[in-house]
Ligand binder design. Structure first.
Ligand code: ADP
Ligand code: MG
Length: 316
């Protein structure tokens, strides 16, 4: 699946928002005070999670890497958390993974225990100076098989400086090309905007993973994001497709969470990963710890969910 982006996304998303607004009004008129559910009503996420996912085949050789951009112009939806934990989970299946921090905030680097402001050279230098290669800035992480290209606030200048470059949208793709034979997957953690850096990430990518928080307002930006992806596919990168929409911060106990998830599935169907990431305080903890949940709390539901996501990504 996923070779083309979904065509019905935009209309369905808008419809979903209208429907949900009407449902919320009805609920208020009926005086429904308690928006929490017990286990009586079917949990739409549990139904999908029950669908089997094939076990990944072991690899005997590595590369060339498939490049995935984790992208959503909304902040705080789980892009960085998903990049770290999907990456770590993929290494458990013997995959070599390169994580690219492509957000000047450097949260991906911090989440892996790196102090980005102390770095002399980052992805910024790779983009701006042809003499600096990925190898010059690459860091090993504490997860065997997973490397990191860090970033820091310097990268915010690239957005402005790249504007005057020839083939400015292909700068990241060019920089990544020499590394592709060494890895099985490259995951790019995008910044929360649809600016030139994100366009670079989408031009370098084969697929887009869209983390989507299970909240009402999250649906609004998705149509614009899909529109952007389609434009980039037409104009810059014919390989680009939506790898999948990942529901994050899911809370099955609330009507709201269940409804948003059901609407997302209604609108995007099998583009939505069966794996759903539930809301748990374990994720903020891992950021403080500077390591993935798969090593911080290996048997937690969060770790298991990212392992299931890794299997799904390898099956797609
Ligand atoms: P983004 O990169 O899209 O801005 P992050 O991955 O940084 O989003 O997540 C935003 C915040 O939410 C972080 O503090 C993170 O620890 C937290 N978070 C991410 N996923 C979850 C989750 N499933 N449950 C609870 N908190 C989460
Ligand atoms: Mg982030």
């Amino acid at each position: 699946m996923g070779k083309s982006t979904t065509g019905k996304g935009e209309d369905s998303t808008l419809l979903a928002v209208d429907d949900m607004r009407a449902a919320a009004r009805r609920s208020r008129q009926n005086g429904d005070e308690e928006p929490r559910l017990g286990g009586r009503q079917a949990d739409p996420a549990a139904l999908r999670a029950a669908r089997p996912i094939p076990e990944p085949q072991p690899l005997t050789t590595h590369g060339p890497a498939r490049v995935l951009a984790l992208c959503n112009q909304k902040g705080g939806v789980g892009k960085t958390t998903s990049t770290i934990n999907l990456g770590a989970a993929l290494t458990e299946y013997g995959r070599r993974v390169l994580l690219v921090d492509f957000d000047p905030q450097g949260a991906l680097s911090v989440g892996l225990g790196v102090q980005p402001h102390q770095l002399d050279r980052t992805i910024y230098d790779v983009l701006m100076e042809s003499a600096v290669t990925l190898d010059d800035v690459l860091l090993k992480t504490n997860v065997p098989g997973m490397d990191l290209v860090p970033s820091n606030i310097d990268l915010s200048a690239a957005e402005v400086q790249l504007v005057n470059e020839v083939a400015r949208e292909q700068t990241l793709a060019r920089a990544l090309t020499p590394a592709l034979p060494d890895y099985d997957l490259v995951l790019i953690d995008c910044q929360p905007s649809l600016g030139l850096l994100t366009v670079n990430a989408l031009t370098a990518a084969d697929g887009v993973v869209i983390p989507l928080e299970c909240e009402f307002f999250s649906l609004r930006g998705v149509a614009l994001l899909i529109d952007t992806i389609e434009k980039i596919r037409e104009r810059l990168n014919p390989r680009l497709h939506i790898e999948g929409i990942l529901a994050t911060m899911y809370d099955s106990r609330t009507v709201h969470g269940r409804e948003v998830f059901a609407r997302v599935v209604e609108a995007f169907d099998d583009t939505v990963f069966d794996t759903v990431i539930t809301r748990t305080v374990r994720f903020p903890e891992t950021t403080v710890a500077g390591e993935p949940i798969t090593t911080w709390a290996p048997s937690s539901s969060g770790a298991q969910q990212y392992r299931a996501l890794a299997k799904e990504v390898l099956a797609r």
